[in-house]
Write a protein that binds this ligand. Structure first.
Ligand SMILES: NC(=O)c1ccc[n+]([C@@H]2O[C@H](COP(=O)([O-])OP(=O)(O)OC[C@H]3O[C@@H](n4cnc5c(N)ncnc54)[C@H](OP(=O)(O)O)[C@@H]3O)[C@@H](O)[C@H]2O)c1
Length: 245
């Protein structure tokens, strides 16, 4: 990936930062998108630039503001001169039991998990086509097997999985579009899963443990770097949880 440029959304923390580090280690230049985590994004860019000068930069945007999405792509190309890959990782995640769902939740969950990846990919498409680039969408195993009390989030991720397959068709043969679906990797900061829920989730993995961010990062790296004949697919990285959910 030496000399190539990758835009990762939600790259400042947690899985996004692990994906960015893994891709950077392959020699790629990284545009790190963040929304609120400015200090973490700046620290990650410094860390990566200390390894290879001028190989990482940051861009701030609220992805719910669809008007700004073409700017993210344009600023990436203006900074690094090209765009080879897009990783749609940014996401909001919170429960929406039926009866509590309002338009604000709809806009947030559908906006960050489905609408933004679509409009960002649309803006990136001409640049990706020019260099035979690639897209990886980070979905969730609950796109296909919904999680109770999270109907909007699961529908948004199901939409993103469908979009992955549809865009693989739209952008073929020049651009590959795939998805990585994490299982239990990092528990949400919000504390929505208590200890009992966590134990129950882990007990339903075949490997009897949660994964780590590098498991997701390596799958993304594989799809971008080593999967020339794979498009329109999803890799479940879930310790076997979907095998017997
Ligand atoms: N963690 C897991 O075990 C797990 C399991 C299944 C699926 N996933 C999926 O894997 C991906 C990464 O997971 P994660 O747990 O690392 O995610 P996360 O911490 O919940 O969110 C990642 C980033 O998304 C950004 N974000 C959220 N709403 C945004 C908006 N409106 N505009 C711009 N940025 C926004 C935030 O950036 P700022 O902090 O800069 O505001 C946040 O740091 C997500 O797509 C998630 O659905 C994760």
């Amino acid at each position: 990936m030496s000399g190539k440029t990758i835009l990762v959304t939600g790259a400042a923390r947690r899985l996004g930062s692990a994906i960015a580090r893994e891709l950077h280690a392959t020699g790629a230049n990284l545009m790190l998108h963040y929304r609120q985590a400015s200090a973490a994004a700046a620290a990650l860019a410094s860390e990566l630039n200390a390894v290879r000068p001028s190989s990482a930069a940051c861009l701030q945007a609220d992805l719910l503001d669809v008007e700004t999405l073409p700017r993210l792509v344009a600023d990436t190309v203006a900074h690094f001169g090209r765009l080879d890959a897009l990783v749609n990782n940014a996401s909001s995640f919170f429960p929406t039991p039926l009866g509590t769902i309002d338009l604000a939740s709809w806009d947030d969950l559908i906006g960050s998990n489905l609408k933004a990846p679509l409009f960002l990919t649309q803006a990136a498409a001409p640049h990706l086509i020019a260099v035979q680039g690639s897209v990886v969408n980070i979905t969730d195993i609950h796109a296909e097997r919904p999680l109770a009390a999270y109907p909007l989030y699961c529908a948004a991720k199901a939409g993103l999985l469908g979009l992955t397959r549809a865009l693989a068709i739209e952008l073929a043969p020049r651009v590959r579009v795939n998805a990585v679906a994490p299982g239990p990797i990092l528990w949400p900061d919000s504390g929505v899963f208590d200890n009992a829920a966590r134990q129950d989730i882990v007990a339903h993995t075949l490997l009897q443990r949660a994964g780590c961010p590098q498991d997701i990062a390596r799958a993304v790296c594989y799809l971008l770097n080593d999967a020339d004949y794979i498009t329109g697919q999803v890799i479940n990285v879930d310790g076997g949880r979907t095998a017997h959910l």
